[in-house]
Design a protein around this ligand. Structure first.
Ligand code: 4AD
Ligand code: MG
Length: 482
C-alpha cells in the first residue's frame, strides 16, 4: 500500500512519542542541508523534517528543492526549534517528484494576489490560498449540514435549461449548431429546432424555478450548484460562473424566509469559526497586515474574527426599501453630494448606497425588503394595498459589510392570475413556463426562498477583497484560463 501516511495536521496534534511515521508532501524550504519544511496541504503549519548531517547522499540532498514532493519515514521527536513542539528525524527519504527550482514560479517570498491569479494552478500551495480553500470547503460542508439537520431535501437542478429564471437575459447559449453557418428560418433568425435540444437552450442563471417545483412536493428543498451569468461586470464581486445555494420552502412567507436566511448565514460562519480557527487566524493576520498600508480612516474598525463574532452574535437590521431610501436621502453623504448616483424612490440601489447603509449607517448586515416591483423579477409576490405608482413586491436582499448584496430572495407570487399578468407585463413567455405555472394550478401554496452567492459568502468569511481569490479557477469577462 502506497498511501500509508499521516497527515501533517494530525501529526502536529500528537505528542513527540518517538514512534515511526511516514509523511508525504511538498518542500516549502530547505535550510542548511538539514531542515526541510514540509507541507501536505492539511494545514499551513509545516512539519520540520530533520536530516542528520552525513546520513544522506549529496545527490539526493540536491534534489530537495522548493516544491519537490517527498516521502519521508522517520521518528517523531520533541523539537529543539522555536514555534514547534515536534519534528521528524528522517530515516528514509524518497523524492517522489523533482521540481526545477529555477523554473518554479512560486518562490518562498511574498507574491501579490494578482500574480498568484496568473498561476492559479499552483496558488493552492501558498498559505493564503491554503486557508481560503480549506475554509471554502468547511463552509460548503456546513451548508449541507445545516439543511440536512433541518430536513430539507437536496435537489439537483439542471445546468442546461431553456428558460431564463431571472428574466434578465444574461445567459450563455448552449448550442451544437455551426457558428459560421447555422440553419435559418425564412425570416433569417436562427432555426433552433435543428439544434441539439430542438430549441434554444442556455446555462442556468438560477435553479429557483425548478426548486419551486420541488418545494411544492417535498415542502422544503435546497439546491447548491454552479450558475452562470453572461453579465459583463468586471468587478471584485462578479463571476460569470459562481455557486449558489437556493433553499425553497412551501408554507412560508417573507418573514420566515428572512429568519431562515439569517439563521443559515450565522450557522455556517459559526461552523467555520469552530472548525477552521487556525485558517481564520491566519487570514485575520493577513488582512490586518494588508490594512496597515491603508490610511487610518480606510481601515476596518474590527478585525476579521471580531467582525464574524459580531455578526453571529447580533441580529441583522431589517428595513423596507422605502425606509432605506429615506435614510439615504437624510444622509450627510447625500446632502454633501458624495454619491455618484442619484437617490430617489424607484432606483435600483447602487453599491455606494448599499455600502453606506451597511458600513456607515447600521454597521452590520441589513435585510432590505419590499422593493419596487419594477426593478425585481417576475416571480416575486406583489404586495397588497400599494399606493398607485409605488407598487412593491415581497423581496428581500441581505447586504453585508464589505460585500454588498450577499442574498437575494422573495416570497413567490402564488396567485395564478397575478403571476400571469405580471409575466405579460414583463414579456416573460408564459408558453415556455407552462410547467412553472402548473404549480399555481394544482395546489398552489404560499412559498418563499432565496439565493446565497457562495463566493460572496466565502469572501465575507475569509476577508478576501476580490471574488477571483475565493474560487479555484475564476471565469470572468475575457478570462477562462485553466
Ligand atoms: O439576486 P440573484 O440574482 O437571485 C436569484 O438568482 C434568485 N433566483 C435567488 C432565489 O430567490 N432563489 O442572485 C442571488 C445571489 C446574489 O445575492 C449574489 O450573492 C449572488 O447570487 N450573485 C453573484 N455572485 C457572483 N457573481 C455574480 N455574477 C452573481 N450574481 C449574483
Ligand atoms: Mg439580486
Amino acid at each position: 500500500m502506497f498511501n500509508k501516511r499521516v497527515k501533517i495536521k494530525d501529526l502536529l496534534q500528537q505528542d513527540a512519542n518517538e514512534q515511526e511515521v511516514t509523511v508525504m508532501g511538498w518542500v516549502r524550504t530547505f535550510r542548511n542541508n538539514q531542515f526541510v519544511a514540509l507541507n501536505d496541504g492539511s494545514t499551513n503549519n509545516n512539519l520540520q523534517v530533520v536530516l542528520e548531517l552525513g546520513k544522506f547522499d549529496e545527490e539526493l540532498l540536491k534534489r530537495i528543492t522548493t516544491s519537490a514532493s517527498l516521502k519521508v519515514t522517520g521518528i517523531v521527536l520533541p523539537s529543539q526549534g522555536k514555534g514547534q513542539k515536534l519534528e521528524v528525524k528522517a530515516t528514509l527519504l524518497e523524492i517522489l517528484g523533482d521540481s526545477d527550482a529555477e523554473k518554479y514560479p512560486l518562490q518562498p517570498k511574498k507574491h501579490s494576489l494578482e500574480f498568484l491569479r496568473e498561476i492559479a494552478h499552483l496558488r493552492f500551495r501558498t498559505n493564503t490560498y491554503g486557508s481560503v480553500f480549506r475554509l471554502r470547503h468547511a463552509l460548503a460542508f456546513a451548508v449541507h449540514k445545516f439543511y440536512n439537520e433541518k430536513g430539507f431535501l437536496y435537489l439537483h437542478t439542471p445546468v442546461i435549461t431553456a428558460s431564463d429564471a431571472e428574466g434578465a437575459g444574461e445567459m450563455f447559449r448552449v448550442s451544437t449548431l455551426p457558428f459560421d453557418n447555422p440553419p435559418r428560418n425564412e425570416d433569417g433568425t436562427i432555426n433552433y429546432k435543428e439544434d441539439f435540444f430542438g430549441k434554444a437552450t442556455n446555462l442556468t442563471v438560477s435553479g429557483q424555478l425548478e426548486g419551486e417545483l420541488g418545494a411544492t412536493a417535498f415542502g422544503e428543498i435546497y439546491t447548491f450548484g454552479p450558475t452562470f451569468r453572461a453579465e459583463n461586470s468586471n468587478t471584485a464581486r462578479h463571476l460569470a460562473e459562481f455557486w449558489m445555494i437556493e433553499p425553497e420552502m412551501a408554507f412560508c412567507d417573507l418573514e420566515d424566509n428572512m429568519n431562515l436566511a439569517e439563521e443559515f448565514i450565522k450557522y455556517i460562519i459559526r461552523y467555520a469559526m469552530e472548525h477552521n480557527r487556525e485558517d481564520l487566524e491566519f487570514l485575520a493576520q493577513r488582512l490586518a497586515d494588508e490594512e496597515k498600508q491603508l490610511p487610518q480612516d480606510k481601515r476596518s474598525e474590527l478585525g476579521l474574527i471580531e467582525k464574524l463574532e459580531f455578526v453571529v452574535n447580533n441580529e441583522f437590521e431589517r428595513i423596507t426599501y422605502t425606509e432605506a431610501i429615506d435614510i439615504l436621502l437624510q444622509s450627510p453623504a447625500y446632502k454633501k453630494k458624495k454619491f455618484q448616483y442619484d437617490v430617489k424612490w424607484g432606483i435600483d440601489m447602487q453599491s455606494e448606497h448599499e455600502r453606506y447603509l451597511v458600513e456607515k449607517h447600521f454597521k452590520k448586515p441589513v435585510i432590505v425588503t419590499n422593493y419596487p416591483a419594477a426593478i425585481k423579477a417576475f416571480y416575486m409576490r406583489q404586495d397588497d394595498g400599494c399606493e398607485p405608482g409605488r407598487e412593491t413586491v415581497a423581496a428581500m436582499d441581505i447586504l453585508a459589510p464589505g460585500i454588498g448584496e450577499i442574498v437575494g430572495g422573495s416570497q413567490r407570487e402564488e396567485r395564478l392570475d397575478k403571476l400571469e399578468q405580471r409575466m405579460k407585463e414583463m414579456h416573460v413567455p408564459a408558453e415556455d413556463l407552462w410547467w412553472y405555472l402548473d404549480t399555481r394550478r394544482f395546489g398552489s401554496v404560499p412559498h418563499a426562498g432565496f439565493g446565497l452567492g457562495f463566493e460572496r459568502m466565502v469572501q465575507f468569511v475569509t476577508g478576501m477583497g476580490n471574488i477571483r481569490d475565493v474560487i479555484a479557477f475564476p471565469r470572468t469577462p475575457k478570462n477562462c484560463e485553466f
